[in-house]
Design a protein. Structure first.
Length: 403
């Protein structure tokens, strides 16, 4: 790992460094210099992953090749004997390669791309895919709509063809996993969640045998020390840590003690199937102001939009799962929802298609009273408060407000 780091990214080294532990953690400030326009032949993606600020990130052709090959090695044995797959991943690195991954395994693939939710449900009913490969947000919407269309929540009507579900791109919350397993009538071992990032590629996947997440070979995960980043919510528990990852695979971007800002639980080594693997129990969420709301929804741009329109207003973004609620101080002007739509055209399109929920927006006149009822710090002396909170706003917090 250390050798790979110095061979490919000598600028990371320090004269006194003798091992990986001597290299500093690559936090979002230090990583910024490595986000570059792509060289010839590379594909380019946008990531908000390490600071909330959209950045361009290149993948060289040989890196793409291992990315695809690695997914095929993971899915191949698990999908053996199945022949039809349905893909709905919206946009991003993973969406761009899913067809190649599955077709390379001999499956017939229908990629729904950016099509309306109802059309996707009809395609599932007509094509009877055995494999569903989608983001957790889209999975949740598909299950709800397919259930509505079947008219019978428990018996009949469910697409009985589905045998395997693969999720990718956002945190898979236990409630979404449980609803999908129940609806499709599959066990936990038949829903594989893959956790990764645009910077690193696939990081870990759930194990059909033990249910925990195992890290892929060639990756070295470690907890970030508190002076670099801290889990944000006390409710995350004593064994929650912020994850850093090193990789011997990336050659055009340094995944060397790269701070992911993801909070994970139960990071350890564990023997599974006779092999000792880096393992964790689950991804809890983020420890920074990044929003989990589909792809490419930047909290930086959201802050900029709010600051321009309401220079002195305080605000919070509530992002408990993969949905979004905004609470802003003041009175809502008639053009705000249009401004928000224009600023995030991809999300407007995804919500028009029914693939993500629209953001819920509330303006409150007495922000101090709102913050007090919510138990939130409205201002922090000398330091801007975090805007993104991972809780669901309680209706009682709005009690004094005229609806
Ligand atoms: Zn296992």
């Amino acid at each position: 790992m250390f050798r790979h780091a110095l061979d490919h990214f000598p600028a990371l080294g320090e004269d006194t460094a003798e091992g990986l532990d001597d290299l500093p953690f690559l936090d979002h400030r230090r990583a910024r210099a490595w986000y570059r326009p792509p060289a010839d032949g590379s594909r380019c993606f946008s990531s908000t992953g390490t600071s909330g600020h959209p950045k361009r990130l290149a993948w060289a052709p040989e890196e793409d090749a291992w990315y695809v090959g690695e997914k095929q090695a993971l899915f191949g044995p698990w999908l053996a004997g199945l022949s039809r797959a349905f893909v709905s991943l919206a946009v991003g690195h993973n969406a761009g390669s899913a067809r190649q991954v599955l077709e390379g395994l001999g499956l017939e693939v229908h990629d729904a791309g950016l099509s309306p939710l109802d059309e996707q449900c009809s395609a599932i009913a007509a094509r009877e895919p055995e494999v569903l490969y989608c983001s957790p947000s889209i999975l949740a919407r598909l299950v709800d709509r397919l259930r509505d269309r079947s008219g019978a929540p428990r018996e009949g009507g469910r697409p009985g063809s589905i045998r395997r579900v693969i999720t990718n791109g956002e945190v898979l919350f236990p409630s979404v996993r449980a609803r999908a397993q129940e609806f499709f009538g599959i066990g936990a071992a038949h829903l594989m969640d893959t956790y990764g990032s645009t910077e690193i590629g696939t990081i870990a996947t759930t194990c059909p045998a033990c249910g925990a997440y195992h890290f892929l070979d060639g990756l070295y995960p470690e907890p970030v020390p508190p002076e670099v980043a801290l889990p944000s919510a006390p409710a995350d528990g004593p064994d929650a840590v912020v994850l850093a990852v090193s990789s011997v695979k990336r050659t055009s971007f340094p995944v060397v003690r790269l701070v992911t800002y993801d909070v994970v639980q139960g990071l350890r080594r564990q023997v599974c199937g006779g092999v000792s693997r880096f393992t964790m129990d689950r991804v809890l969420g983020r420890c920074d102001d990044l929003l989990n709301y589909g792809e490419l929804f930047s909290s930086f741009e959201l802050a900029d939009l709010i600051r321009r329109r309401f220079p002195v207003a305080r605000w919070y973004a509530f992002n408990p799962r993969n949905d979004l609620a905004l609470v802003i101080e003041g009175v809502e002007p008639p053009d705000f929802r249009d401004l928000l739509r224009d600023r995030f055209p991809l999300h407007s399109r995804l919500s028009d298609l029914g693939l993500v929920d629209e953001p819920r927006i509330r303006f409150v006149r007495d922000f101090d009273a709102f913050a007090a009822r919510a138990g939130l710090a409205a201002t922090v002396e000398g330091k801007e408060p975090r805007h993104v909170l991972t809780v669901t706003p309680d209706p009682s917090w709005f009690d004094e407000e005229v609806p």
